[in-house]
Design a protein around this ligand. Structure first.
Ligand SMILES: [Zn+2]
Length: 214
């Protein structure tokens, strides 16, 4: 399982690590979309909450995770990306995995400090034309504010504005950071430095898995 603040690169690292381990990457975003698209009973329930602008209750989420873990491709292992997000979810997941006769082997914490998160996220600019995401510092277009690919105008999404990032970091510190202690107490936590080039972070993650025996 991966844990880390917004902007730590969890989604990107999850792709590489899951490919390295040859196991499926399981994220609640993907599971929600699949259940809603297929019109499953859980998807219909989840959509009612989302349409009302409410959080999907943990019980619905954990049942979707249960169904996903029962699919054949997860039989030899899986990588959880972005779930659990709170201690009650982690407790429910532990119970679910115990019921299935399994458990988490390792929790990788992608460690990035708040200043770096703010630098990464607040520099993002999205093209109104093609949706490509640029970065004012790390991946700047040739002309400021204009997409190299399609000539579209670049803008800053609300999610990438400083005040929104600060709020997301507060929510992470309050709700999700306690998982570091939760899994640390189980002896399952390994922290890796998630700064620097993407491939360096992937290599650190793979080294951590290897020293565990994965
Ligand atoms: Zn564009």
């Amino acid at each position: 399982m991966l844990v880390g603040p917004p902007g730590a690169g969890k989604g990107t690292q999850a792709e590489f690590i899951a490919a390295h381990l040859a196991v499926p990457k399981i994220s609640t975003g993907d599971i929600f979309r699949a259940n809603v698209a297929q019109g499953t009973p859980l998807g219909i329930q989840a959509k009612q909450f989302m349409d009302a602008g409410q959080l999907v209750p943990d019980e619905v989420t954990i049942n979707m995770v249960r169904d996903r873990l029962a699919e054949p491709d997860a039989g030899d292992g899986f990588l959880l990306d972005g779930f659990p997000r709170t201690t009650p979810q982690a407790q429910a997941l532990d119970k679910l995995l115990a019921d299935l006769g399994t458990g988490l082997d390792l929790v990788l914490e992608l460690v990035v400090d708040d200043d770096e998160v703010i630098r990464r996220l607040s520099g993002r600019r999205t093209c109104r034309g093609c949706g490509k995401i640029w970065h004012v510092e790390f991946d700047a277009p040739n002309r400021e504010g204009v997409c190299d690919r399609c000539g579209g105008e670049l803008f800053q999404r609300d999610d990438d504005k400083a005040e929104t990032i600060a709020e997301r970091l507060r929510v992470y510190a309050r709700d999700t950071a306690p998982l570091v202690d939760y899994y640390g107490a189980q002896g399952k936590l390994v922290g890796i430095d998630a700064t620097g080039p993407v491939e360096d972070v992937t290599n650190r993650a793979i080294d951590a898995l290897r020293s565990y025996g994965g």
